[in-house]
Write a protein that binds this ligand. Structure first.
Ligand code: FAD
Length: 404
């Protein structure tokens, strides 16, 4: 069937690394590629390279459950994630690449009076910032989502939901490919199979990176390696308040369209949507221990499936098709870090926890600003590394959908 498909042009070049770049970004995930694109587009920085140890989008970008939303309520999180949502809304046009944004709406379910109050408060904060939010009662939820368990015997009765209509999903691979192609066209060198194993210093300042393809000089270096943030910081001689844990995702066999929205369970960490191909896509809690293994395991499978069945009992009749894991960069307050590090010339974008896919456009936007100008972008002033020393944490759990 593919015999006629020969001689296609490459979507991005495969350049040999130059000896020196103005900016090097380590990590060819969504965040690294978006950073390179906005550095070239918004700041017109001359020579930029993205160094990726494997293939672009092979990390969490290509492993996540693709939910995008902006239902945050603390500090910089509120306006930052809403700016990301706005960038998502124009991204296919901006990149000239269909990222398949599907604003199908997300329901965050609530199961107690206390959760109703917490959802009301969150919704009010969102609306005060011009973000769409609606508090729905149980009847309205049942009309929109008849497939959930509303029986008196349900383990966790549904009291209502906080609904964001502009939330939804986007195609994760397309995000990596779209940013890569657009960045390449602005002259960014995307170098795959290039692993950074150390830094070059001149005095106290980082002036380059050591890689399996040799040493490459740089004016500034940005780290955007998600679950490997701690390892890169260690190479540069400092520690991060980040732990790496595995988060797993699950896809069922394909079935006819039955779930029009994204649903977040409020009684356990569980969320579900249906893909264009018909599979139910869902996920839940992290593995409870630190790891860099990009694979799933049976205890979490059992834990997540039990939440699925509590919410939608009919899921128990489905067969599971695929199951995998990605390495999450968990900060202790659930919020990210974007900006300078204690090492001169070295900048960090990390600590995305469960929720960095939705942040991809704004993260690239703000990190590009930091790399071009130093300091923090005005939308990311709270996302400092120093906040952990100063006790200025933004305690908003990376899990997001839980409204308490
Ligand atoms: P990555 O794609 O992981 O990119 C980092 C890159 O750095 C990798 O490609 C890696 O190979 C490279 N790298 C590492 N070390 C080196 C080195 N030494 N040298 C060179 N390159 C290196 N977020 C949401 O918003 N919504 C969701 O629904 C959602 N669901 C998720 C479900 C799962 C199962 C997982 C695993 C994550 C989920 N996330 C979700 C989180 C989201 O995927 C991440 O927060 C985000 O993708 C992280 O940023 P990134 O895309 O740049 O990371």
């Amino acid at each position: 069937g593919l015999r006629g498909h020969r001689g296609w042009p490459l979507a991005w070049r495969a350049p040999t690394p130059a000896k020196h770049y103005d900016v090097i970004i380590i990590g060819g995930g969504g965040h690294g590629l978006a950073t390179a694109y906005y550095l070239a587009k918004n700041h017109r920085v001359g020579r930029i390279a993205v160094l990726e140890k494997g293939w672009i989008g092979g990390g969490n970008t290509g492993r996540n459950t693709t939910i995008v939303r902006s239902n945050y309520m603390i500090g910089s999180n509120v306006d930052f994630y809403e700016w990301s949502m706005k960038l998502w809304e124009g991204l296919s046009q901006d990149l000239n690449f269909n990222v398949m944004l599907s604003q199908r709406g997300q329901f965050n379910l609530v199961h107690s009076d206390a959760q109703v109050d917490a959802a009301r408060r969150r919704g009010n904060v969102m609306r005060a910032h011009g973000i769409d939010a609606e508090l729905l009662d149980a009847q309205a939820v049942q009309e929109a989502l008849p497939q959930l368990d509303y029986r008196d015997s349900a383990r966790f009765p549904i009291y209502g939901a906080l609904y964001q209509g502009r939330a939804g999903t986007a195609r994760h691979d397309a995000v990596a490919w779209g940013y890569a192609r657009a960045a390449d066209r602005l002259g960014v060198d995307i170098i795959q199979n290039c692993e950074v194993s150390g830094f070059e210093f001149s005095g106290e300042r980082v002036v380059g990176v050591k890689t399996n393809l040799g040493t490459i000089g740089a004016g500034r270096v940005g780290v955007a390696v998600a679950g490997n943030s701690g390892r890169l910081a260690q190479m540069a001689g400092f520690e991060l308040p980040i732990e790496s844990h595995i988060l797993q995702a699950f896809v069922s066999e394909s079935i006819k369209p039955c779930l029009d929205h994204v649903v977040g369970f409020g009684a356990a960490h569980f969320y579900i949507s249906q893909s264009d191909k018909g599979g139910l896509v869902f996920g839940g809690d992290l593995d409870g221990y630190n790891s860099y293994a990009q694979r799933g395991n049976m205890p979490i499978l059992r834990d997540v499936i039990s939440s699925a069945v509590a919410l939608m009992p009919q899921v128990s009749r489905l067969r599971l098709l695929r199951h995998w894991g990605g390495v999450m960069d968990m900060t202790m307050d659930g919020s990210p870090i974007i900006g300078p590090t204690p090492v001169d010339g070295l900048f960090l974008n990390g600590g995305w926890c469960y929720g960095g896919f939705k942040a991809t456009p704004a993260s690239g936007w703000c990190f590009a600003h930091s790399l071009a100008n130093g300091g923090h972008h005005p939308l990311a002033t709270d996302f400092t590394l120093e906040r952990f020393e100063k006790g200025l944490t933004l305690d908003e759990k990376g899990m997001g959908p839980r409204p308490w």
